[in-house]
Design a protein around this ligand. Structure first.
Ligand code: JFZ
Length: 579
């Protein structure tokens, strides 16, 4: 659904100011899902309705005339634009994307072309977007609109589901002409400068239709961006799946829209709030991969952002105040993998080491070829940290050691700045990490495909896809420094579906030795980053490494379990030192 490339970027090259500049520097934005569904708040006729709150019309099968009655109860007397914008600002967010019209078709602003809007149909009768636009302008925050261009459940000729491929046969063109295009014009002319239009679920829209909307936006506001979900790959940047965290840094411009609990639109019964620690971890993780984090709040029908969201955003803001330099305007880590101790971003010849775990002894980083001029904590810039660097010529191995204070300055993520004497220069091959682990991921492997008919591909997240042939295999060359015995873990991505089969027979070979085993679901990790995308790790044996140097490791698929079609979704092979 989300597009891979952002061709809009190339098309816009040659302009004096890159229209994506502010968006790239922002890194952190607030998503707001607010609409008639917030009145229902996850319940219909006294019954709790499962899944996403803003989808309640579909999930509870509510007829249009009954759903429209919710407007009569929509009276957000506690709405205060300055307070919402103030919260975003406090959290360190630089843009706000609010639902101007979600799939339910109800316009949350004064829409002259429709009566199905907040001004004509609710007792409140005021244009909240006018107030938000003013508050944003004052606070220096970019206001952006979510607009469901394809799905409109109040219009039978529009898309009726994300997958709907028949809308064009039912008269999508008429809906585009009568409602979608006029409403986009309204949004782009009534509220001053708009940062971007967040289109969503393009479904069966044609390339011509996506382009027509794109050109309309550009004509009315040349600097306004459009999200990747405009469809047909004509957006300015690409969206990952909701709540999706890629395992590797991605080329191009990306954003992950994400929830604080498990719904976008407010639901009374959803108390599954992620902790501030998890939210900060996600922010840091995404930044290290060059991805923007668009974090959602779902205000109540009274106009209040739920208290658990407010406390968490304030907590994030306290961290951003001290450490924001490691996030704003940074680029993805120069390392092609993540580290277990934390994440890295870079900017202007500096590396920001964002430590999720504070080391007990010395902090060790392998593979950085640069000379470090100085090192310090963002929490205390005046106190320099002692740095020692050495280079083993024979192995071409660079080691950096930092003598950090014994206690972490931050309870969530502490940031160490390394000022380099030149642009970052990092060994791009897999390498043993400071804690002795060796993590071998498919995007760093050589993929061998003698069986061309069954090609192994990599998903956007960096997991193998279509690995069904036992003749195809992966190998890695990596550097190791610590001889000894290692546990061999094969990590599988389970994807979204729960009915993934296990029992792939795999064989891992290093030199003359090999171990073999069956994948299983016994150890499923629910890392916060993969809460929605769990991984299952299986230990298949032990392998020894006798001396330091470059080694080659290969993994073969020996046998697929019966009935398995998608193949082996490999996330990594881990060598864990045994002491
Ligand atoms: C869409 C909406 O349907 C949903 O209500 C919410 O607004 C969300 C932000 O966007 O849902 C999607 C759209 C795309 C994907 C997943 C959910 N995707 O590409 O994985």
């Amino acid at each position: 659904m989300s597009s891979r490339k952002a061709p809009g970027k190339a098309r816009r090259a040659g302009r004096r100011v890159d229209p994506l500049k502010w968006w790239r520097e922002a890194r952190f934005g607030m998503f707001i899902h607010w609409g008639l569904y917030s009145v229902a708040a996850g319940y219909w006729r006294g019954e709790p309705i499962p899944r996403l709150g803003e989808w309640i019309k579909k999930h509870a099968n509510i007829p249009q005339d009954e759903y429209a009655q919710l407007a009569k109860q929509f009276n957000p007397t506690k709405f205060n634009a300055a307070r919402w914008v103030g919260l975003a600002k406090q959290a360190g967010m630089k843009y706000i994307v609010i639902t101007a019209k979600h799939h339910d078709g109800f316009a949350m602003y004064d829409s002259p072309c429709s009566e199905y809007d907040i001004v004509d149909a609710t007792p409140f009768g005021r244009d909240v977007m006018k107030q938000l636009a003013a508050a944003c302008r004052k606070a220096g925050i970019r206001l952006c609109f979510y607009y469901s261009q394809f799905q409109d459940w109040a219009e039978p000729s529009a898309g009726q589901s994300a997958e709907d491929q028949d809308a064009n046969k039912r008269g999508l063109e008429g809906y585009l002409r009568r409602k979608c295009i006029p409403q986009l014009k309204e949004l782009l002319t009534q509220y001053g400068p708009v940062g971007l239009i967040w289109f969503d679920t393009p479904g069966g829209m044609t390339l011509a239709q996506s382009l027509r909307l794109r050109r309309l936006v550009q004509r009315l506001q040349p600097a306004c961006l459009v999200s990747g979900r405009i469809g047909n790959e004509v957006g300015d940047y690409a969206s990952l799946g909701d709540n999706q965290i890629p395992r590797r840094g991605a080329e191009g411009d990306w954003e992950t829209p994400a929830t604080i609990n498990d719904t976008w639109g407010f639901k009374r019964q959803d108390h599954n709030w992620k902790s501030a620690a998890t939210l900060l971890y996600l922010l840091v993780d995404l930044a290290s991969k060059g991805v923007n984090y668009l974090l959602n709040v779902g205000p109540t029908a009274a106009g209040v952002i739920p208290a658990p969201s407010v406390t968490r955003l304030r907590e994030m803001g306290r961290w951003m105040k001290v450490n924001g330099e490691a996030i704003y305007g940074t680029a993805a880590s120069p390392f092609p993998y993540t580290h277990r101790w934390g994440r890295i971003t870079q900017k202007d010849g500096k590396l920001y080491l964002m430590l999720l775990r504070w080391p007990r002894g010395k902090f060790i980083l392998h593979g950085l070829r640069n000379k470090v001029r100085r090192a310090y904590l963002l929490a205390d810039r005046r106190k320099m940290i002692a740095v020692s660097q050495r280079h083993d010529r024979k192995l071409d191995h660079h080691v950096l050691e930092l003598s950090l204070p014994s206690r972490a300055p931050d309870k969530y993520v502490s940031v160490v700045v390394l000022e380099l004497t030149a642009r970052p220069n990092v060994d791009q091959r897999p390498i043993q990490q400071g804690d002795g682990r060796i993590s071998l991921q498919p995007h760093l492997a050589t993929i061998h495909m003698p069986d061309k008919a069954a090609a192994i591909r990599l998903t956007r997240g960096g997991v193998t896809d279509g690995w069904v042939s036992t003749r195809n295999w992966l190998s890695w060359q990596f550097k190791v420094f610590r001889p000894g015995a290692y546990r061999v873990d094969v990590v599988m991505a389970r994807g979204r579906s729960k009915n993934v089969t296990y029992g792939h027979k795999v064989k891992v070979t290093m030199g003359a030795a090999s171990v073999q085993g069956l994948t299983s679901a016994k150890k499923v990790s629910i890392d916060p980053a993969t809460r929605y995308f769990p991984e299952a790790s299986t230990t298949i044996g032990k392998l020894g490494i006798e001396k330091p140097g470059t080694r080659t490791l290969a993994i073969h698929l020996v046998k697929l379990p019966k009935g398995e079609k998608p193949g082996l979704a490999l996330a990594s092979v881990e060598l864990v030192p045994l002491k």
